[in-house]
Ligand binder design. Sequence first.
Ligand code: UDX
Length: 447
Amino acid sequence: MSRIGIFGAGYAGLVTGACFAELGHTVSIRDIVPEKIDALAAGCVPHFEPNLGELVERNRERLSFTLDAGEALEGCDFAFICVDTPPTYSGDADLSRVWTVIEELKPLEGRPVLVMKSTVPVGTGEKVRSALDARGLESWGYASNPEFLAEGTAIKDFLEPDRVVIGAFEESDAAAVEELHGGIEAPVVRTDVASAEMIKLASNAFLPTRISFINEIANVCELVGADVEAVARGVGLDSRIGTRYLRPGIGYGGSCFPKDISFLKLLAGNSGYHFQLLNAVIEVNELQKRRVVTKLQKHLGNLRGKSIALLGLAFKAGTDDMRDAPSLVIASRLLAEGAEVRTWDPVADARGLLRSARQCDTISEAVTGADAAVIVTEWDELRSLASPETRAAMRNPLIIDGRNLLDPAEAKAAGFVYEGIGRAASPLDALPETPEREPETSPARKE
Ligand code: UDX
C-alpha cells in the first residue's frame, strides 16, 4: 500500500483522497484554507456529495488533513495535484495554483510520482517536467491521470470508472500509477502525457456537444410538432449513438463543461486552429438558458412586475453547486426584465449570488401568488408540482418545465398551462385572464 499526498481538498481532491483511502492507501490531504481543514478534521465535509461524509468517516485511520505541504509530502510515493484551474480573463486556464504546488515539492527518497488530476491545457505536463528538472527534482516522476467524476455520483465514478487514463513520460511511472489503482476494475488507457491531457478536454467537450445537439433538436421539435423525448429515445437506442447525455433541457452548467469546452476552444485557437464546432456548442447553450425567458414572455407578455418562481438553483440535482448554473443566467435575465424572482432549492443557497431574488424555504412559499413556476433543476421534490394545491396557490397556473420532469398530459389535466422543452406546448389562449398587477414600487437592487 502507498502513501499519497493530495493537494487541494475540493470536489476532486476529497473524493480522490477518500477513495484511495478506501482502497487501503494512507492519504494526507492538504489545503490552504484553514476553515476547510478544521471542518474536515472535525469530520465535516464542506460540500454536498452523497456518501462522501461516510466514506471519510469510515477511513479516518488512513486519512488525515493538513495545512502543511511538508506534512502531506512526508514519505509519500505519490503527490496528486487536485487544485482548481479557473479561467483567466482571457479564458485560458489559470495554472497559478498548480505552480504553487510544484514550488512546494522537495526531493524525497525513492521515486515519488507527481500526478496531475487538475484539468490543464495540453502541453502542461511537458512544462511541469522541465520545471521539475530545473529545480533539481529529476527523481520525481510525472503522470497525467485526469478525473472524470460527475458531482452526485463522484464516488461511484471513481471506484467503478469506465476507464482509467494514465499518460506518463516513463513507463515505470505509468506502471506505478496503474498499480495504485489496484482494486478498481476498469480498462486502463496508457498514453503519452499530451494525449492523456487531450482525452480529458475532448471528453468534456464531446458531452456538451451532445447536449447542445439534442437541445437544438428539441427546439426544432417545438416548431414541427415532434416530441423530443421520443426522438432522443429513438435516436439513443442506436448503439452507435447511445442514450446518455441526450437529455434536453435548459443548457449545461457546472464547474467543468462550460470551462473545459472553452479551454479546448482557446487551446485550439492559441495553436492556430479555429474549432468552429465548439463555438456553436457554446452559443447554443447560452441561447438555451435564455429561451426560458422567451417562453415566459410568450405566455405572460411583459414580465415587469410578474412573479416568477424558479424551482431549483443547483446546476443539476444531487449537488449544491451553483458554479455556472443556468439558474443564475435565467434569474438575472428575469430581474433585468423587471420580474420579481423567488427561488427554491433543497440544498443550494443563492442568497449571496442573487441578492435581488427572494429565496424561499419551501416550494409552496415560492409558488404562492406566482405568475409562473419554472423547473430549473430536476429535483425529485418537483415531480409532484402539478398538484391541485399548487394550482390553487399560483396566480397563473403556468409551468415552464426546463427539465421535462413532468408528464405534460397530467399537468394539463390538473389545470396547468404547461410547456416543456421540445414538447408540444399548451395553446396560448389557455391561460386564464388575470388582472394586471401594479409594477413594483421599490427600485430593483443592483446584482
Ligand atoms: C462533468 C463530467 O460528467 C465529468 O466527467 C467531469 O469530470 C466534470 O464535469 P458534472 O459537471 O458533475 O460532471 O455533471 P454532469 O452530470 O456531467 O452534467 C453537466 C451538465 O450537463 C449539467 O448542467 C446537467 O444538467 C447537464 N446535462 C447532462 C444535460 O443538460 N443533459 C444531459 O443529458 C446530461
